[in-house]
Design a binder for this molecule. Structure first.
Ligand SMILES: *[C@@H]1O[C@H](CO)[C@@H](O)[C@H](O)[C@H]1NC(C)=O
Length: 151
């Protein structure tokens, strides 16, 4: 009886491990980081900007995006917002389809300067653990990199 239980546990663990979903988060540095001509704001020196971004990231609840979803603002809080940016259908790269999520500064934009605080390229039609989506936003601003989140 004990042997059967033990075998069952081993088989169950093995089956679970084999079916565990793999998630990938690839970093692509933003160069230059911050300043005129950059694609992303460098918030690493601004505690206030980071705090506003961290607050909106913590309340972000979307863990999947359809490739066919219309672009637009998903959530706005005070000085920042998170947008789904690209056209319906997303875009193709490395044999996968992606959507472009951007954490943006609200308010008037200085010509030539970025308003994007974090960039997450997320594979569409897939579901991710929400903690990985949030971590991708945090890593993007902390490391000044675009994060490619895929399965
Ligand atoms: C995404 O899912 C929808 C609905 O199931 C499907 O019609 C569409 O072809 C899928 N797109 C891609 C790129 O997988």
């Amino acid at each position: 009886m004990h042997l059967y239980s033990l075998l069952c546990v081993i088989i169950c663990v093995f089956a679970f491990e084999c079916h565990a979903q793999q998630f990938y988060a690839r970093e692509e540095p933003v160069e230059p980081c911050g300043g005129k001509g950059s694609k992303q704001v460098d918030v690493r020196g601004s505690r206030e900007q980071r705090r506003a971004a961290e607050t909106i990231i913590a309340s972000f609840k979307r863990d999947s995006f359809a490739c066919s979803e219309k672009p637009g603002t998903i959530i706005t809080q005070d000085s920042v917002r998170i947008d789904l940016q690209d056209a319906v259908g997303g875009f193709e790269r490395n044999g996968k389809r992606w959507r472009n999520l951007q954490l943006q500064q609200n308010g008037p934009r200085r010509p030539g300067y970025p308003s994007t605080i974090a960039t997450v390229l997320i594979e569409c039609n897939k579901t991710f653990p929400i903690r990985l989506v949030r971590k991708a936003f945090v890593d993007s601003m902390a490391k000044c990199a675009m994060i490619w989140l895929s399965q």
